[in-house]
Design a protein around this ligand. Structure first.
Ligand SMILES: Cc1cc2nc3c(=O)[nH]c(=O)nc-3n(C[C@H](O)[C@H](O)[C@H](O)COP(=O)(O)O)c2cc1C
Length: 161
């Protein structure tokens, strides 16, 4: 697949095979994540591997669609509000690099934002000064739905004088 095919075919995956995914592969995709743009090279992302006990405590309504692997991705605050926003944006770029690298190797991710609930911070033992960007199920998709239609970008364009 070329990069446009990878981008266009990626789906938020909601059914996973039980086969595990090699840790080395996941680390390869996470390493690709680190090539994300990040202002002042803050590299604000942190990755937590969610083990069985923590996963049980998270008590996600679908159990992350039975994904074999669950990761939480955190973003560090900056020195001020602007830098914190920049770090969040950089971590979102990290996430998408990871998602696309995994997808290119046939592995899907499910992005859950249950991360925003205060109890989730406690369960994941998130330190002060970090935000949880998402909790991700990772695994080989059981089925892949067709892409969800997007609005043509031409409808969201302005040419400024
Ligand atoms: C910040 C963020 C939070 C998300 N949280 C959830 C979520 O809690 N549950 C969910 O089903 N999908 C979640 N998603 C995935 C979107 O629902 C999904 O990307 C969107 O429906 C488009 O589908 P696609 O990614 O398959 O193209 C989240 C996506 C982002 C960027």
């Amino acid at each position: 697949m070329d990069i446009i095919e990878i981008i266009n075919s990626r789906r938020n995956t909601k059914s996973f095979k039980s086969d595990t995914v090699q840790k080395e592969l996941i680390n390869k995709w996470l390493q690709a994540g680190t090539m994300a743009p990040n202002h002042k090279m803050t590299e604000p992302w942190e990755v937590y591997w969610v083990g069985e006990a923590t996963r049980t405590k998270l008590n996600h309504k679908t159990n992350f669609f039975n994904a074999p692997i669950v990761l939480a991705i955190l973003s560090k605050h900056g020195a001020n509000e602007i830098e914190t926003t920049e770090n969040t944006v950089a971590t979102a770029c990290f996430v998408q690099n990871f998602n696309l690298a995994a997808w290119a190797d046939g592995v899907g991710t499910f992005w859950s934002s249950l991360a925003v609930a205060p109890k989730i911070r406690e369960i994941l033992a998130v330190p002060e000064g970090y935000d949880v960007i998402g909790v991700f199920g990772v695994g080989y998709p059981e089925e892949v739905n067709p892409p969800r239609e997007r609005t043509a970008i031409l409808e969201k364009m302005k040419y400024l004088p």
